[in-house]
Design a protein around this ligand. Structure first.
Ligand SMILES: Nc1ncnc2c1ncn2[C@@H]1O[C@H](COP(=O)(O)OP(=O)(O)OP(=O)(O)O)[C@@H](O)[C@H]1O
Ligand SMILES: [Mg+2]
Length: 268
């Protein structure tokens, strides 16, 4: 198992490759912990390109992306930002949580994401043409979207959009096994627990537990925690901001684990 082991959930691998071949930028959407970052890392290694990740936030300026003049030892010299470096080196540039960035910071990407494939560095009086290997990938979690933070259609429509979600239960259990080393039965119980909460989530209004928390719970279990302890700490507590989980939800989770525990406690 390597850090880029990726379990596909449909046609996203070939769609990404096709977008790469045709020099098209890709937008990944999906809930936290569903595999967006892992997918980009996997595609980077499949295509033999380095991945440069930039985490977006609302203080991010276009200068933070493309670069700025800096005073170094009395000289004022232009210093490329991470986006410019990624373009010049033909990397896959991954803008994580792009919805967090301000619209004026994202405007710099327009010329890079259409037929021009160029970065206009007005201040440096330079135009950087993207080599064919360069690819821009963005991601965001639609659940965090607010009316203040909406990507403009002129931005969204520049991308091949690949909506991502959790894997089907049996595949998700394989991820949990592969990432933590727990046995398949344990992984299946954790997935069952998450599925029960995801189904109940409509009533509870939480962002549902992700594949990430199942992997974390499984890692605690393989380090010696009981399934209930691990589920409590990794699956249930992070669901709400203050860690206070309703009894109803705890019962939903425990039913998937305890039912199986009771069965496991029977003599063989
Ligand atoms: N399809 C998958 N294949 C392999 N591992 C996965 C997959 N989906 C999730 N994982 C596991 O879940 C963890 C979290 O996934 P990842 O970091 O890619 O989520 P994300 O969608 O980028 O989340 P966020 O929006 O919070 O950044 C990974 O480190 C990996 O252990
Ligand atoms: Mg991520």
């Amino acid at each position: 198992m390597t850090s880029d082991t990726y379990f596909a959930n449909g046609a996203e691998v070939s769609l990404f490759e096709q977008a790469y071949q045709r020099n098209l930028p890709v937008m990944l959407t999906g809930p936290t912990g569903c595999g967006k970052t892992r997918f980009v890392e996997h595609m980077g290694s499949l295509l033999g390109r380095p991945v440069v990740t930039i985490s977006c936030h609302d203080d991010l300026t276009s200068s933070d992306l493309v670069g700025r003049f800096m005073v170094t030892g009395g000289d004022v010299i232009w210093t490329d930002g991470p986006l410019t470096r990624a373009v010049k080196s033909g990397a896959i540039c991954y803008l994580d949580e792009v919805v967090e960035a301000r619209h004026d910071s994202l405007a710099i990407l327009h010329s890079l994401t259409d037929h021009r494939r160029a970065l206009y560095l007005d201040r440096a009086d330079e135009v950087v043409h993207a080599p064919t290997e360069f690819m821009l990938v963005c991601s965001y979690n639609p659940a965090y979207r607010s009316s203040l933070k909406e990507l403009k259609p002129s931005f969204r429509q520049r991308f091949v959009t690949l909506p991502m979600t959790y894997l089907p239960a049996d595949r998700e259990a394989q991820v949990v096994v592969s990432e933590s080393g727990v046995d398949t039965a344990t992984a299946q119980r954790l997935v069952q627990c998450a599925t029960a909460i995801r189904t109940a989530d409509r009533a509870f209004h939480f962002e549902p537990p992700s594949t990430r928390v199942l992997v974390t719970a499984a890692q605690l279990i393989s380090a010696g925690a009981t399934e209930l302890e691990a589920a409590d700490a990794c699956i249930l507590a992070p669901l709400s901001g203050d860690g206070a989980i309703t009894d109803g939800l705890r019962e939903v989770a425990a039913a998937s684990l305890l039912g199986a525990d009771a069965a496991g406690a029977q003599p063989h």
